[in-house]
Write a protein that binds this ligand. Structure first.
Ligand SMILES: CC(C)(COP(=O)(O)OP(=O)(O)OC[C@H]1O[C@@H](n2cnc3c(N)ncnc32)[C@H](O)[C@@H]1OP(=O)(O)O)[C@@H](O)C(=O)NCCC(=O)NCCS
Length: 139
């Protein structure tokens, strides 16, 4: 597969994919303690993924709130690539840790499948029921 690029999107932006449009409409807004951002993953002008993340700059943490690849584009490595792009953006923002609560957003995969997916991408269980990955600046 080719590489993907990430584009930040905002509520009300025009989005081709109905599945992604629905998720964008439900995305939370920012508050005083967190900066909520939404990204599209684009491959050859086609929307192949959506992520909603919360940045807690004072704690240097990025929380993945939703990571979604439409069913037609799954199991081609897009989810893994999407995570690497988000990790790179987080490093640029001076963040140090990515966290998420593994909760399937639809019935296509189980919580165990989801944990396996994140573990294959270097995420590890933390003391609560979250998964985490420390991120470092490349030398
Ligand atoms: C989770 C999700 C983003 C993965 O996206 P994807 O593009 O299919 O993932 P990839 O193709 O990059 O898969 C990476 C690895 O995870 C594994 N994997 C992906 N989906 C899997 C599944 N349903 N069952 C078992 N393993 C799976 C792949 O085999 C691959 O492993 P490998 O590199 O050893 O071959 C996608 O399934 C999805 O959008 N699910 C519904 C939304 C959701 O529940 N998101 C999680 C919210 S926290």
């Amino acid at each position: 597969m080719r590489d993907i690029c990430l584009r930040q999107v905002y509520a009300g932006d025009s989005v081709q994919s109905a599945e992604i449009r629905e998720r964008l409409a439900q995305a939370p807004g920012s508050t005083s303690s967190r900066d909520s951002r939404q990204y599209l993953a684009i491959e050859d002008s086609v929307e192949v993924g959506f992520a909603s993340v919360d940045i807690y700059a004072s704690r240097r943490i990025l929380v993945i709130y939703q990571l979604f690849v439409p069913p037609a584009h799954r199991k081609r490595g897009i989810g893994g690539l999407f995570l690497r792009h988000l990790e790179r953006l987080a490093v640029k923002d001076g963040l140090e840790l990515i966290r998420l609560k593994p909760k399937p957003l639809d019935a296509s995969l189980s919580k165990e499948d989801l944990i396996r997916f994140y573990m294959s991408q270097g995420y590890r269980p933390s003391t609560d029921d979250h998964l985490e990955k420390p991120i470092r600046k490349p030398r």
